[in-house]
Design a protein around this ligand. Structure first.
Ligand code: ADP
Ligand code: MG
Length: 682
C-alpha cells in the first residue's frame, strides 16, 4: 500500500474536486495530511444531559425525542426558519433552526436525537437555537472540532477523517524510533493519530498531544540543525583583510568589549571559514547592534563587496540610513536607501546604481527582495530584528548574491533552550554588555486611578526638556471595546494637564510618508508627546525621550514590554517607564512586577517562558519557522527533552541515513517544504 501522503484526498468517499479544493485551503491535499490536521478543540457528546440539567450559558449535549415539527417558513428574503419541539421524558424544549432546510427533511417526528448547543430558559420554557444534531448511537462520544472554511464544516471533515483512519495500515511506520518512545514515555503514532481525532477521554487527548508536540519539536530541531549543515557545503567569497580598527577610529565612541567580540566573530567567519558566515547577533535593546553591523559592512566594502541591510519598517530604514550616512560621510563609501514609498523613477536609479556597483551599502525594507533588485557583487546580507522576517524572505535576499555572508540581528532576548531551537541554523554571538553610562530605567506599575498623577510626572519631565512616549494597544476603538485606542487617547489627552503640549500620533495604518514626518518631528523635538501603537517597538532611537507610559500593560507579553521600554533610556538622562493596568489578578500583577524588578532582557525572557510557555516565541509570524501546530503551550521540560533527543540522534547519524531514522528524515523534509528551504535538506 502506498504511503497515505501519496493518496490524494479525492480518494475518500464524498470528496470530489470541489471539496478537495476547500481541503487544500486548509492545507490538506492527501489522506496523510488529513490525518495530520489536528482538531482545534473537542466537543464532549459522550454524556448527554437532561434538559433541566443543562448548565447556564454553556454548550452541552441533550438527548431528546422530537414531538412535532413545524414546517419551514420564509421569514424574509434568504431566511428560512423552522422549529421542532423535543422532549426528554421530563421536560420540553423548542429548537429553532435557520436556513437549514435539509435538516427538516432529516429530522423525523418521533425520532430520538442528540442536540449540541446552549439551552436557554425563558420562565418555564426551554429553548435552543441552531444546535448541531446527530443520531443517537453514532453521536455519543467526544467529537473533534476542526478549523473550517466556507463550504466545509467540521462535521464533514470529521467524516473524512473517519474514513482516513480506516485506511491506517495495521502497522503504522512510526518516525520516532522505539527507544526514544520508551525513554520519554510517548505513545505510538497509531495511538496518537486515533486519539487526537477520536479520543475516549481527556487523558487520551493529553497523551496524543504530548506525542505530537514532541515529534514536532524534535523534527523542527533536526531540520534546523541540518539547514546549518547544508550551508556548510557551499563556498563563499572570503575576505582578505580586517578593517575593524580603522572603523573604530571613525566612531564617536569607544566600542564595548562585547561589540568588539561580535565584530571579530563575524570577520573571522568571513576571512577564515571556507563556507559563508551564518551568524546571529543577539543583543538587548540599546546594546549597540547598529555599530556592529556598520563595522562588518565597512570591512566587507573595503574588501570590495556590496552589502544589503534589510529592516522590517520604513522608519527603521530611515534611521539606519541616517546613521550610516553620517558615519561614512568622509569615507568614500556610498550608502543608499530603498523602501516601498520611493517613486518609480527614483527606484530605477537605485536599481541601476546597485547593479552597476556604484552603491556599496543599501539599506531598505522588503522592497529589497523585489525582482528588479540586482547586485554587482553582493557579499553580505544583514537582517535587523529578524523575528519580523520569514526564513523565505531572508532566502530571497540571499539568492541575489553568490552565497553571500549572512548576519542576522535580533533584539529579542530569548532563553537559551529556545534560541538553540529557533536559531538552530545560525552561529551565535551575544552582546552581553551595555555601552557605558546607561542607567537603569525605573519602572512602576500603577492602576488607572493614579493616571492623573502619572500625567503630572510626565508634565514635569517635559518641563525639564524631555519627551515622552505613550503606548496604547490599538489604533481604532472598534477593534476591541475594552481597550483604549491611540486615536481616542490623543483626543482625551487634550482635556488633561498634558493638553497644552504638542502631541502627535503614530500607528501602523498611517502612510509611510506620514509616519516619517511624525517621527522626524519627534526626533527633532518639535513634538513633546508621541502617542503610538506598538509600531515604535522596533528599533526607534530618540535619546531625548525619557518616559514611556504604557496603557493596558496586561495586554503585552513581558518580552514585548521590555522591547517597548527599550525606547527610553537611550541617552544618558535618567529614564522611567510607567505601566498602567487595571488587572486585578495576583498572577497578572506578579507578571507585570517582573518588569519593575529587572532591566535584564534575558531574565525577563526566562520569566516570560516560565509564565506563558513557548507559544509567544514560536510561529512563522515571529521567526519564519515552519508552522508549529500543536507545541505552542508545552512545558519547558519538553523543549529540553526534545533537544536532548535531537542531539543524540544527530550525534549518531548526522544525515539521518540510517534505517531507523528514515521516518524522521521524511518528516523533516515535509515540515520544511512549506518554508521553501528543502534544497538544503538532502
Ligand atoms: P540596538 O542594539 O538596540 O540596535 P543601537 O545600535 O541603536 O542599539 O545603539 C543604541 C545607542 O547607543 C545609539 O545611540 C548608539 O549610538 C549608542 N552606542 C552604541 N554603542 C555604543 C558604545 N560602545 N558607547 C556609547 N554609545 C554607544
Ligand atoms: Mg537596533
Amino acid at each position: 500500500m502506498p504511503s497515505l501522503f501519496k493518496i490524494p484526498i479525492e480518494y475518500l468517499n464524498g470528496i470530489g474536486p470541489g471539496k478537495a479544493k476547500l481541503f487544500k485551503k486548509l492545507g490538506v491535499d492527501t489522506v496523510g495530511s488529513l490525518l495530520r490536521m489536528y482538531p482545534r478543540m473537542y466537543e464532549d457528546w459522550s454524556r448527554p444531559l437532561r434538559i433541566a440539567d443543562a448548565p447556564r450559558n454553556e454548550v452541552c449535549c441533550i438527548k431528546a425525542t422530537v414531538e412535532g415539527a413545524h414546517s419551514p417558513a420564509v421569514i424574509r428574503k434568504n431566511m428560512i426558519v423552522f422549529k421542532v419541539d423535543v422532549i426528554d421524558g421530563y421536560d420540553r424544549m423548542t429548537v429553532t433552526f435557520f436556513n437549514q432546510r435539509y435538516l427538516y427533511d432529516k429530522i423525523k417526528d418521533g425520532g430520538e436525537y442528540l442536540f449540541y448547543g446552549t439551552v436557554r430558559r425563558d420562565f418555564s420554557l426551554y429553548e435552543m437555537t441552531s444546535p448541531t444534531v446527530l443520531n443517537v448511537g453514532e453521536g455519543e462520544k467526544i467529537h473533534p472540532v476542526y478549523a473550517q472554511t466556507a463550504g466545509l464544516t467540521s462535521r464533514q471533515i470529521e467524516k473524512a477523517v473517519l474514513q482516513a483512519i480506516d485506511m491506517l495500515p495495521n502497522k503504522t511506520n512510526d518516525p520516532i524510533p522505539s527507544d526514544i518512545l520508551e525513554k520519554y514515555n510517548l505513545c505510538s503514532l497509531d495511538f496518537a493519530i486515533r486519539n487526537i481525532h477520536f479520543p475516549q477521554s481527556a487523558d487520551d487527548i493529553e497523551r496524543a498531544k504530548k506525542r505530537f508536540a514532541f515529534e514536532e519539536l524534535l523534527i523542527l530541531q533536526l531540520g534546523m540543525a541540518r539547514l546549518k549543515g547544508g550551508r556548510r557545503d557551499v563556498l563563499s567569497r572570503r575576505l582578505e583583510n580586517d578593517y575593524s580598527e580603522e572603523f573604530y577610529s571613525m566612531l564617536p565612541f569607544t566600542p564595548t568589549n562585547a561589540q568588539k567580540r561580535a565584530v571579530k566573530d563575524c570577520i573571522n567567519d568571513m576571512i577564515n571559514c571556507p563556507y559563508p558566515m551564518n551568524r546571529l547577533i543577539q543583543g538587548d535593546v540599546g546594546s549597540g547592534k547598529t555599530a556592529v553591523a556598520a563595522a562588518v559592512c565597512y570591512t566587507v566594502v573595503k574588501n570590495g563587496g556590496q552589502c544589503a541591510f534589510m529592516v522590517p519598517t520604513e522608519v527603521l530604514a530611515q534611521q539606519h540610513y541616517k546613521s550610516f550616512s553620517d558615519l561614512f560621510e568622509d569615507s568614500g563609501i556610498t550608502v543608499g536607501i530603498l523602501t516601498g514609498s520611493v517613486s518609480a523613477a527614483k527606484k530605477r536609479e537605485i536599481y541601476r546604481k546597485l547593479s552597476e556597483g556604484e552603491t556599496d551599502i543599501i539599506i531598505g525594507t522588503h522592497a529589497l527582495i523585489s525582482e528588479n533588485v540586482e547586485f554587482d557583487r553582493l557579499n553580505l546580507v544583514i537582517t535587523d530584528e529578524q523575528h519580523r522576517f520569514g526564513v523565505s524572505q531572508r532566502a530571497a535576499l540571499i539568492s541575489k548574491g553568490d552565497s553571500p555572508h549572512i548576519l542576522v540581528m535580533s533584539a529579542t532576548p530569548i532563553p537559551r533552550t529556545l534560541a538553540l531551537m529557533i536559531y538552530g541554523d545560525l552561529d551565535l554571538s551575544v552582546l552581553d554588555e551595555m555601552p557605558p553610562g546607561r542607567r537603569r530605567i525605573d519602572t512602576f506599575l500603577i492602576d488607572g486611578s493614579k493616571r492623573e498623577r502619572a500625567y503630572n510626572f510626565l508634565r514635569k519631565q517635559i518641563e525639564s526638556g524631555s519627551q515622552c512616549y505613550i503606548v496604547c494597544p490599538l489604533v481604532e476603538q472598534n477593534e476591541d471595546m475594552n481597550l483604549i485606542s491611540a486615536e481616542e487617547y490623543v483626543e482625551n489627552l487634550k482635556e488633561t494637564v498634558l493638553g497644552e503640549y504638542r502631541i502627535s500620533l503614530l500607528h501602523g495604518k498611517m502612510k509611510s510618508s506620514e509616519k516619517e514626518s511624525v517621527m522626524n518631528d519627534f526626533e527633532s523635538g518639535k513634538t513633546d508627546i508621541l502617542v503610538s501603537t506598538t509600531v515604535i517597538e522596533v528599533g526607534i532611537n530618540v535619546p531625548n525621550a525619557t518616559v514611556m507610559l504604557i496603557e493596558n500593560a496586561e495586554r503585552f507579553g513581558l518580552s514585548q514590554l521590555h522591547q517597548l521600554r527599550g525606547r527610553v533610556g537611550r541617552g544618558n538622562i535618567k529614564s522611567y517607564c510607567i505601566l498602567v493596568s487595571d488587572i486585578n489578578s495576583k498572577a497578572g500583577t506578579e507578571r507585570l512586577n517582573v518588569m519593575c524588578h529587572t532591566n535584564d532582557g534575558f531574565k525577563i525572557a526566562d520569566e516570560d517562558l516560565r509564565l506563558r510557555g513557548p507559544g509567544d516565541f514560536f510561529g512563522s509570524r515571529q521567526h519564519g519557522l515552519p508552522e508549529i501546530k500543536i507545541a505552542e503551550d508545552v512545558p519547558v521540560t519538553l523543549l529540553e527533552d526534545t533537544r536532548e533527543a535531537a542531539l543524540n540522534i544527530l550525534g549518531k547519524d548526522p544525515m539521518l541515513k540510517e534505517k531507523c531514522h528514515r521516518g524522521l528524515n521524511f518528516e523533516t523534509k515535509r515540515l520544511f517544504a512549506k518554508v521553501g528551504n528543502t534544497e538544503q535538506l538532502q
